[in-house]
Design a protein around this ligand. Sequence first.
Ligand code: TTP
Ligand code: MG
Length: 411
Amino acid sequence: MRIVLHLDMDAFFAAIEQRDDPRLMGQPVIIGYPGLRGVVATCSYEARHFGVCSAMPSVVARRCCPNAVWIHGHMSRYRDCSRRIFNLLREALPVVEQVSVDEAYAELTGFSPSLGRARDLAEELKEMIYHEEGLTASIGLASCRFLAKIASDLDKPDGLVVIRPKELRPRIHPLSVRKIPGVGPKMAARLQRLGVTTIGQLAAVDEALLRRHFGVSASTFLAARARGEDETPINLVQPQRSISEERTYLEDLVDDERICRELLARAEGVARALRDKELCARCVVLKARDERFHTVTRHHTFDVPTDLSEEIFAAVRELWRKKVDFGGRGVRLLGVGASQLVPRRELPGTLFPDAERERSRKVARATDELRRRFGNAAIRPGRLIDPPGAGGSLLPRREADEEPAGDDSPR
Ligand code: TTP
Ligand code: MG
């Protein structure tokens, strides 16, 4: 039988804050900006008892839990901690796939002879992480990827749950179909119209009926999950599809200079994340939302894929100036994304690089290193320094398939 492990840190950002400031232990702690346009990035389990959860508008969270301690967040600290935890995991396990800042899968087939032994190993991992980082993780073990993921969530925080094949019916069937990764709100609503809300009900539905409603590929997917099957492998190196960074502003931006300054900051963050991962982007995306919530995205394709902030910035500034017309309305959100990513070493020309670009890359890498050692505030291009009194801002959720860049605010 296959054995897959899924690990997810508990209340990750909030737990780091509690660990680093003992006064926060046992307190409801919320990571995010408490202002009008803020959202909750995450919160401690104490805050969850009051109904606070990730992505909740801050105004709602404040109503649920008026006594919470709000922390804007220390992204570079979270990222360093994440890096150390993944190093521990990679040392201990043969095949580790990182799926987010605090979440990993590991293939234990052939490494651990039984689910029971895998459980002992998982106990050791949890202890090791607690010993090294003072943080708790929840782990799920099962015969495939999606069951391991569901298992790790069943007894959070500090959980360790093993799902054996015979436990599918009692433990998995009662759960909502929404627990299946890949079943979003739309598919769940369509299933509900067929009278299916739980995984057990999904297992009982005639596959032909599913096929009529969802087509061949979606119905095959649903039927397999209902049987507790998922052949998705655990990937040692996962192809990353995109990296992006966006911000919502407390006050709408109207000044072109300020807008360009923000675009430069986002381009910097994205370029740094690309260099961290040794990737270059063939395509950049500008996302902008005006005060009436009208959102546009504009793309630019490079002849030569890049990981340099000046090239990404030049492209998005051009897109902003030539391809976006908000008719003078203020800008509420700006985002910069990179897609069509290619590993740098696979690019032609790596052997005989362009001298100018190599110089820029060397400077950028040296800056990245200084940032890593001395923190984010250590180095900023002159234009990134906020004038006194500039409105704060915060990052909403990044896209699922990426890690945060070294920004000092939560996603
Ligand atoms: P999660 O693992 O989803 O959440 P968590 O670790 O805080 O809590 P749980 O115990 O339920 O796993 O996400 C990991 C981190 O990613 C989280 O600490 C903060 C960040 N994050 C955001 O910034 N915005 C979001 O919407 C979510 C869901 C997470
Ligand atoms: Mg987590």
